[in-house]
Structure formats: C-alpha cells, structure tokens
Design a binder for this molecule. Structure first.
Ligand SMILES: Nc1ncnc2c1ncn2[C@@H]1O[C@H](COP(=O)(O)OP(=O)(O)OP(=O)(O)O)[C@@H](O)[C@H]1O
Length: 277
C-alpha cells in the first residue's frame, strides 16, 4: 500500500540578477526563487491497484514519484510505502519497489543487457533459481531473448525500455512506479509494454502507479486516475466517471471557450515566489 499525506516539495534556486556580470552576481545572490512543485498531495493506493497519474508538463508528477521512491525528501508531509518511510529506510524500501523513469535508464549502458540483469540479481541477493525463473518469464513475455547479449547502448529506445522494465521487476517488488514508460515508443512497443504491465498487475497483484501523456495507456490499463496540475490534485477517482463528466459538456461550448479541455478546479496561483535568505 502507498499512503501519502500532505506532501509538499519546494525547490529553491538563487534569483537571477540582470545586468553586467549577471552570472556571477546571481551565484552570490541572497534572494531565492522558490518553486512549489508538489502542494499538499494526499493519496492512498491499495495493494494491487493500478492507478494512472496524469497532468500537463511541469504539473508535479515526477516529483511526487521521486518522493514516493525515496529519491527526494519532501519539504513537508508523510509517505509510507508498504509500511516504510522511503527516504528513511532506503534499503528496505528498495526491495519493495521497482521504478522505471522513461527518460533515464538504470541499466549499465556499456554492458550487455544480460550482465545488467546479473548485477541487479547480485545486488538484490536473488537465489539463482529464482533469478533464472524470473528472467526466463520476463524475457519470454517481453520477447527479449535475441537482445540479451546486446550492449545497452546499442538497443533502440523501445528495446531499452523493455530492459528497464525487466530490471525493475526482476526481484518481484510488490510496488511498481512507471514514469512515462511508453514515451517515444511505436505502437507495437507500447502494446507490448502495456500487456506486460497489465499481466504483472493481474497475476502478481503488483501495485502500479503510472504516469503518462498517452491517454491510450490509461484507457487500457487504469480504472482509477489521479489528475494533478500546478502541484495540486484536481481529481482522484474512476476514469469512466471522469470521461462521462466531460462527455456531458456540449460540443459547441467545448470549442467556443475550450473549457472542456481545462481541468475543472484550476486555480490561478503564482508557481514561484521570491524570498530572502
Ligand atoms: N530539481 C529541480 N529543481 C528545481 N525545480 C524543479 C526540479 N525538479 C522539478 N522542478 C520543477 O517542479 C515542477 C514540477 O516538475 P515535475 O518534473 O514533477 O513535473 P511533471 O509533471 O513530471 O512534468 P512532465 O510531464 O513534463 O515530466 C516544474 O515546475 C519543474 O520545473
């Protein structure tokens, strides 16, 4: 189970100074610009649920996931994943979660795929028999047999993504975070990855939190969606109910003022503020 309460994450950077020597002067500036990337997010995901986490660019999706994985420490709020506070007990947490960040690989790019998997198996202390069984099953499901001896740097994006998903699931964690796992992939590669995610969720009961900009991913995988914008949750509930709500907006109104494309409770608030140290 994933439980987040009142999660806040702020990033701060020195305020950019204009004029001569602005680079050096900015570096020594005492004024900070604070960005509140995640603003009071509360979320509970039960065991075995598959939830789509949606929002526009910069909404706060990746930052939320990074806090749930323990990569980032929140500015405020509380998180428990499988009963563990992720950033406090990193080792125990690492065994419980798999994470795939579509924009970044966790594989060793100079090594053949198989060697990356061997290393992960060693790091997680997998029994050789269990490792063999998992690897065979995943390689079969994702059709990766011919790729195992290829160096990661020579794989296509879709092939590398499949490798990353295997790496995240090899030790069979109960929780899987997928941050844009189908970004940039063709329809065949997307379908294969979606089938795999659905299968892991159905047969293993893996809890999945999935971010994507591809609505087909969500339609095919998730019954529940959480929508975030400007760091705040705007909707948490059934996908079909959300679609029905939008479907009720008359077509001419949708086109006249674009309201159907906007999130229903969008607030206007400054994303950034300046503070003095
Ligand atoms: N390390 C950082 N330092 C400063 N600001 C950051 C940092 N990481 C994220 N942000 C800011 O936090 C906000 C949320 O970013 P985040 O990456 O969580 O969005 P996202 O919803 O995942 O977007 P996308 O769909 O484009 O991946 C953005 O305004 C971003 O610029």
């Amino acid at each position: 189970m994933i439980r987040a309460e009142g999660l806040v994450k702020e990033f701060s950077r020195p305020e950019r100074v204009q004029g001569r020597f602005s680079g050096v002067r900015s570096f020594f500036s005492t004024k900070k610009v604070v960005t509140r990337a995640v603003d009071d997010v509360s979320l509970t995901i039960d065991d075995g649920e598959l939830v789509g986490y949606l929002g526009p660019n910069g909404a706060g999706k990746s930052t939320t996931i990074k806090m749930l994985t323990g990569i980032l420490v929140p500015t405020a709020g509380h998180v428990e994943v499988e009963g563990i506070v992720p950033w406090q007990d990193r080792r125990a947490n690492a065994r419980n979660i798999g994470a795939v960040f579509g924009q970044r690989s966790q594989l060793w790019i100079d090594l053949p795929l198989r060697d990356s998997f061997d290393l992960i198996a060693k790091l997680y202390g997998l029994h050789p028999v269990d490792y063999r069984r998992s690897l065979d099953a995943f390689v079969d499901l994702l059709n990766m047999g011919p790729l195992l001896d290829t160096a990661v740097r020579s794989l296509s994006l879709g092939q590398r993504m499949r490798g990353d998903i295997v790496a995240a699931m090899l030790y069979r964690p109960p929780v899987l975070y997928l941050d844009e796992p189908t970004v940039g992939l063709d329809v065949v590669a997307k379908a294969r990855i979606r089938d795999f995610i659905a299968e892991q969720n159905r047969s293993e009961g893996t809890t999945v939190l999935l971010t994507t900009h591809d609505i087909s991913d969500i339609e095919q995988l998730a019954r529940r969606v959480v929508i975030i914008d400007e760091g705040r949750i705007l909707y948490d509930g059934d996908l079909q109910r959300l679609k029905a709500r939008y479907a009720r907006v008359p077509r001419d109104r949708r086109h006249r003022n674009g309201s159907a494309c906007r999130t229903p409770h969008r607030r206007s608030r400054p994303a950034q503020r300046s503070t003095s140290r």
